[in-house]
Design a protein around this ligand. Structure first.
Ligand SMILES: *Cc1c(COP(=O)(O)O)cnc(C)c1O
Length: 382
């Protein structure tokens, strides 16, 4: 049986990227590697829409989140977490791990962070050093207005740290134009790569914060990575060289297409997915849905775990369930990275068949037709 991967990480990897990764390993203290790292760094600037150096780490996305915490804060610092879901809560856990007590602005799952709440919080908490949030909260499928949040953080002399792990290269995002101080991302989502690389981009304001930070760090020290990159075109420790070879190819695909086109293409996939879900009679979960993943409520009379199992076992379609307290209550279809129009058609079609088998009242083809209409421009979608 053929399988289809539509999870919000990892995502499918294009064949040309897999072939690049399959080439022999090169040594990381060579001119050849230096050129590779330099090229990938330049390409990433285009994807982040920034002039900043991009630091490359060999880790999963959470590693880069931890790196952001230990490079910006010092013992006793005030930090604010805008918690819109499971990954927002991860910021809190990371910060607490280092003995700090962040101020948490918690939202019910499915809602986005409101800039006016941040404004009020920062007025009540002067001298806050940094505000942590997500561009797209993958657990709920919401997008946060990071541009507005950055403006408010700056008015209070705080920096904004954005986890763009699922949002980068899918959700519309311009680091420099939106004046976002620190952004972290990883390879296995919109960047069309296997898991294993993480990237961080820090602006001038961010570096000032990094200079003052005294939390303990060794592997994650941003200053060490920047020095290696600038002076030697290297990473301080052995990087995942084969993934970097793949990154060069994947990033070239994105840049050749053009980021504006990438953003509109992913947005179209999101509109088609949402239209398909609603036409199939299901309900969307997020109040302010993002473009990279769609969260859907499991109808109350159905078993969410069974739905996912049937999708995978019978039809080879892997979508994601809900996390934490929403396990079994929602499911999530990703449309980031190498996921394309016909993957969405496959997911909707498989979903309809499973719903039908589970006794749900559904007209076969209804969701698929709605998505097709969006792709044909006959309907703008939802
Ligand atoms: C996937 C994801 C992470 C975690 O990344 P790992 O690579 O699993 O460590 C963090 N934040 C967001 C928003 C994500 O989507």
């Amino acid at each position: 049986m053929k399988s289809f991967l539509l999870t919000p990480g990892p995502t499918p990897v294009p064949e040309e990227v897999l072939l690049a990764i399959a080439k022999p390993v090169i040594h990381h203290r060579t001119k050849e590697f230096g050129q590779l790292l330099e090229h990938v760094t330049e390409q990433l600037k285009n994807v982040f829409q920034t002039k900043n150096d991009i630091l490359t780490f060999t880790s999963s996305g959470t590693g880069s989140m931890e790196a952001c915490v230990v490079n910006t804060l010092s013992p006793g610092d005030k930090a604010v977490v805008l918690d819109t879901g499971n990954f927002g809560t991860r910021w809190t856990k990371l910060i607490k791990t280092y003995g700090l007590e962040p101020v948490i602005v918690k939202y019910p799952w499915g809602q986005a962070a409101r800039p006016e709440d941040l404004k009020r919080t920062l007025e009540a908490e002067p001298n806050t050093k940094a505000v942590f949030c997500q561009l797209t909260e993958t657990s709920t499928g919401v997008v946060n207005d990071v541009r507005a949040l950055a403006k408010i953080a700056h008015e209070a002399n705080a920096i904004l740290v954005v986890d763009a792990i699922s949002g980068l290269a899918g959700q519309r995002f311009y680091q420099d134009e939106w004046d976002i101080d620190i952004v972290c991302a990883s390879s296995q989502k919109g960047l069309m790569l296997p898991p294993g690389l993480a990237f961080v981009s820090v602006n001038e304001r961010g570096w000032q914060c990094v200079e003052q930070s005294t939390l303990p760090k060794f592997y994650w020290d941003f200053k060490t990575y920047r020095k290696s990159l600038r002076e030697k075109k290297e990473t301080p420790y052995t990087p995942a060289v084969t993934l970097l070879a793949g990154a060069q190819v994947a990033l070239n695909m994105l840049i050749t297409e053009g980021m504006e086109h990438v953003f509109s293409r992913v947005e179209l996939l999101a509109r088609a997915t949402r239209a398909g879900i609603e036409a199939a009679g299901l309900e969307l979960f997020a109040e302010c849905p993002c473009d990279v993943v769609t969260a859907v409520k499991v109808p109350s009379n159905l078993d969410g775990a069974d739905l996912l199992k049937r999708m995978q076992d019978k039809y080879g379609v892997k979508i994601a369930g809900g996390q934490a307290e929403y396990k079994g209550k929602i499911f999530r279809i990703a449309h980031m990275g190498y996921i394309d129009r016909f993957d969405i058609i496959v997911a909707l079609s498989g979903l309809e068949m499973v719903l039908f088998e589970m006794g749900y009242n559904i007209k076969l083809g209804s969701g698929v037709a709605a998505a097709q209409e969006v792709f044909l421009g006959k309907n703008t979608g939802v």
